[in-house]
Design a protein around this ligand. Structure first.
Ligand SMILES: [Zn+2]
Length: 283
């Protein structure tokens, strides 16, 4: 009997030691299951059609980046944003502007629908088309920094990344009179030291959680479907207002009125990123 009690005590001891671990792991696993798919599925790194080199190296890169970008989002939740608060608000964002082929048409639609959006400007393009940048700001939209010539940030040293941001900032400031507080890294790609510098110097880095994939030259229905299927409370929607040689954003432009009207009908209001995130548009 004493021997049995001794064995039972050992068994209970082992159970009490290991059970919390088992339970904890299970909670962690459930937590990860809730969090990871949202970030991994929606937070893809787009590879633009005009950049063949990036397409070739993209698969390995994407696998590495998805994990690290998700981790960065959790580590720097105030600086590295993927979506806004869960309110009945959405933010339209247009990258790679200005582009005389597409940006003015997007501005026309937004003016017609009385919606304000956020435009991420490429410095070298702003130099070529300063009046288009003025128009974006004059019509009440917000301007953010999208680098000087669209490199993949993880491939450039910290100093070159800083130059990309600073040079573009000076160009934008010279045109519209403020230094944007928002950065969107090309392809959504940024390293931890680069993000830390952005945080220290007062920027907010904003990616997206709804990807139109419009850079692929999709038609109106495909662009609409990509957005309407995933847009929800606090969504930051990625579209493009400019592209490379041969880019076709006619699907983006054609889909825009329907997207705006349908989301309004569902009760969403359209806000700029500074409104959504309750931050200043300038540094
Ligand atoms: Zn871009």
């Amino acid at each position: 009997m004493a021997r049995f009690c001794w064995k039972l005590t050992l068994l209970l001891l082992a159970f009490s030691l290991f059970m919390p671990q088992v339970l904890f792991n299970r909670v962690e696993a459930n937590h990860l299951q809730l969090v990871e798919p949202e970030i991994d599925q929606k937070f893809s790194v787009p590879v633009h059609k005009n950049d063949q080199t990036d397409q070739r190296s993209s698969k390995k890169l994407r696998e590495k980046q998805i994990v690290s970008l998700g981790q960065l989002n959790r580590k720097y939740p105030e600086t590295f944003i993927i979506h806004g608060p869960r309110l009945m608000q959405v933010a339209l964002t247009f990258d790679d502007v200005p582009d005389p082929r597409f940006t003015p048409q997007i501005l026309d639609v937004l003016a017609n629908e009385k919606v304000k959006a956020t435009f991420f400007v490429i410095g070298s393009r702003a130099q070529q088309h300063p009046r288009m940048v003025s128009r974006i700001a004059r019509e009440g939209h917000i301007i953010g920094n999208h680098s000087y010539n669209h490199p993949q940030f993880h491939k450039v040293p910290l100093s070159a990344y800083q130059q990309q941001i600073n040079r573009t900032e000076q160009i934008i400031d010279g045109i519209i009179g403020y230094k944007p507080a928002l950065i969107r890294p090309p392809y959504g790609d940024i390293t931890e030291p680069q993000l830390r510098w952005a945080k220290q110097t007062g920027y907010t880095v904003v990616n997206w959680n709804v990807d139109s994939l419009d850079w692929k030259g999709l038609n109106k229905e495909a662009v609409k479907k990509n957005i309407m299927n995933t847009a929800g409370q606090g969504s930051i929607i990625l579209q493009h207002g400019g592209g490379g040689t041969g880019s076709d954003l006619s699907g983006t432009i054609a889909a825009l009125p329907d997207i705006i009207r349908q989301l309004k009908k569902k009760g969403y209001t359209f806000v700029t990123l500074p409104e959504m995130l309750n931050i200043k548009k300038n540094k």
